[in-house]
Design a protein around this ligand. Sequence first.
Ligand SMILES: NC(=O)c1ccc[n+]([C@@H]2O[C@H](COP(=O)([O-])OP(=O)(O)OC[C@H]3O[C@@H](n4cnc5c(N)ncnc54)[C@H](OP(=O)(O)O)[C@@H]3O)[C@@H](O)[C@H]2O)c1
Length: 355
Amino acid sequence: MDFLVKRDDLHECRLADDKTVPLEPGRAALRVDSFGLTTNNITYAVFGEAMSYWDFFPAEEGWGRVPVWGFADVEDAGDTGLEEGTRIFGYLPPSSGFVVTPHNVDERGFVDGTPHRANLPAAYNSYSFAEAMAVYEPRREAEQMLLWPLFYTSFLLDDFLGSEGLFGATTAVLSSASSKTALGAAFQLAQREGVQVVGLTSAERVEFVEELNLYDTVVAYPEVESLPKESAVYVDMSGDAAVRAAVHEHYGDELRHSAVVGATHFDRLAPEEARSLPGPNPKFFFAPDQVRKRTAEWGREGLDSRFAEAWGPFVEWAVGWLEVVRREGGEAVKAAYLELLDGRANPSAGYVISP
Ligand SMILES: NC(=O)c1ccc[n+]([C@@H]2O[C@H](COP(=O)([O-])OP(=O)(O)OC[C@H]3O[C@@H](n4cnc5c(N)ncnc54)[C@H](OP(=O)(O)O)[C@@H]3O)[C@@H](O)[C@H]2O)c1
């Protein structure tokens, strides 16, 4: 199974047969066991060109493989020294299998050194041996596939805002508050003293978000003006131009930082040359940059152990509302992808697909 998306029309997608090719020296074949699908994967497709997401698992001209996070097993180790059957966690193609060139193999995992990946962000090229991961629990594989890549960003975002003293603000306003990444960030921010966490969401999702009892305040997008005008930072998970303008206009000079994190409302994105808004210029938050910074300061182990400490309580909380929806086969990938692309998926749902 191989799932392909037309790069210039994300609604056009098709299934193809996964081709088996003889292994070249230094390479190993991984069999994809299962992966999670959320709006984050849609964003990879939306920014496939601009952020090189199409370059991880290149496809034929005009088509792309949307990267996913999940588990794979070493099927054929070739001459690489990997052990067949070893379970790997990492960035995968939406296919039944793929080939890696393991470099820097140690007790934790390896880096895929396939030449076409050399200039892509390192955070996506690392593969972990599942058993060696501090967060790994076999019974929580579904939650790991769905939430790990998102909560990693949530954790780093909270860490970034915290290390900046929230830019002197007392309120954090998050858009697409129903998204798993925003929920993770809100979970972390809510643990900070004196921070009011405000969630902005679509009218039809206010109830879901309110019932989670996480945000201090939840309002629908058209009600931004009803919020008290306190010093605030904006964490933009939606990328929605109108929502961003409403937040900047409402808080004005009280807005201390505006972080662009996601683009769930990809059909209403703020243009790059955005008209000038009151308050600070929106600044893109790219999680791999914060990974590099903290790895330099804390070391990889220091970062991993801090993350693992935050992950445990978050997952325990998330299993209370996350509805793992398991599906199998190519048609299931296609259906879940299209549901997410059109924003029809229930925010509590997390698709876990076995190709
Ligand atoms: N910068 C980074 O490093 C980084 C890392 C991880 C994730 N992210 C980004 O964070 C965002 C959230 O990802 P996620 O996987 O956490 O999302 P998710 O849980 O699948 O979020 C679902 C929510 O997104 C909104 N949404 C999704 N599709 C929509 C559509 N077509 N039209 C309107 N609203 C739609 C809705 O929220 P509302 O109704 O509340 O708006 C929906 O409830 C993504 O854009 C992702 O790329 C960024």
